[in-house]
Design a protein. Structure first.
Length: 74
């Protein structure tokens, strides 16, 4: 499996996105819509689920809890 991404945060490389450990992850450097993550499974495969975990990296939890209607987008 090969993974790649555009514009990543230091220390959060693409391979960390698929290792199934919540403590490590891939992270885009900014909120720019042109950033992406992609993976090549190496063969035709059936994908039955995709799990996205949102990290609160660098976010003040007090701010997040006081913003009604603030939802992540995919």
């Amino acid at each position: 499996m090969q993974n790649s991404a555009k514009n990543l945060t230091c220390g959060h490389v693409p391979n960390l996105a698929v290792e199934e450990r919540i403590q490590t992850y891939w992270s885009a450097a900014t909120a720019n819509p042109s950033e992406y993550f992609q993976t090549d499974l190496g063969q035709v495969s059936t994908v039955r689920a995709v799990q996205i975990n949102y990290a609160d990296q660098g976010v003040n939890p007090v701010f997040m809890s006081r913003q009604p209607g603030l939802y992540p987008s995919i």
